[in-house]
Design a protein around this ligand. Structure first.
Ligand SMILES: [Zn+2]
Length: 250
């Protein structure tokens, strides 16, 4: 697509659901533009839970992973609280070197069986964020494993040891939504909850300071992203999602 072309309009995501589980690779993945959408939904009385596959412990160059893990988990819990999320699980998989495969599907499947969501939200897992901005390996591994784990969760003969341990199969996930995908087809209006999203990203203070981007301004960043998507949805600010229906015949 040339930069002169207008990106195509987005459809509104379905809001006819009660429970959503956000499964992402790192603390802060949701806060880079998705948290305002979460605030909208918790404000409607929906339940939203967060699952962090890693604790982002390899994310700050000047901080040892053991210390970093504690700092980033605390920042994520605070980010979540700001947007009305009080369930934050950390799966403690290794940051930076996640592998797509059965082992990852197993831990994600257990999360889905435990929380029984209608919608599962993950981050962009396409190869790029659009153009030549390459995606990161953990994001790709997580998103692919999330799609599989949603189907695994409904099959009692896949990871049957979880069922034997008392986790019932859960086949109720209607769709997986990938936030920030360059192939986004849908969006959600985040105009009313935009400020909550900014606050939620600002809560990652140690991480943002650790990046050493002297002039990174969370508000400016989120405004740019939100406005661009908002234009495609016909609102001031919006968050983009690629939607994968999980039922048949859709
Ligand atoms: Zn990340």
């Amino acid at each position: 697509m040339s930069t002169l072309e207008q990106p195509p309009p987005l459809e509104h995501v379905d809001e006819d659901w009660e429970r959503a589980l956000c499964i992402v690779a790192h603390p802060d993945d949701i806060e880079y533009g998705g948290a305002a959408a979460v605030a909208r939904w918790t404000g409607q009385g929906k339940w939203v839970g967060y699952t962090m596959v890693t604790s982002g412990e390899a994310g700050i160059d000047g901080m040892e992973p053991d210390q970093c893990r504690t700092v980033r988990e605390a920042e994520e819990v605070e980010s979540a609280r700001i947007v009305g999320v009080d369930s934050v699980d950390f799966l403690h998989q290794p940051d930076g070197i996640l592998e797509y495969g059965v082992a990852l599907r197993r831990v994600l499947c257990a999360e889905i069986r435990r929380h029984r969501p209608d919608i599962v939200i993950t981050g962009n897992f396409r190869d790029t964020f659009g153009g030549r901005n390459l995606n990161q390996a953990d994001h790709i591994a997580t998103g692919k494993a999330v799609l599989d784990a949603v189907r695994d969760a409904g099959n009692r003969w896949v990871f049957p040891e979880q069922v034997a341990d008392g986790l019932e199969p859960w086949g109720g996930v209607k769709a997986v939504w990938a936030f920030g995908s360059p192939d986004s087809t849908h969006g959600i209006d985040t105009t009313e909850t935009f400020e909550k999203g900014v606050e939620s990203l600002q809560a990652h203070k140690a991480y943002i300071d650790g990046l050493g981007w002297a002039d990174f301004d969370p508000r400016e960043f989120l405004e740019g992203l939100g406005r661009q998507t908002g234009q495609r949805l016909g609102v001031a600010f919006a968050a983009p999602f690629e939607v994968f229906p999980m039922g048949w015949g859709e």
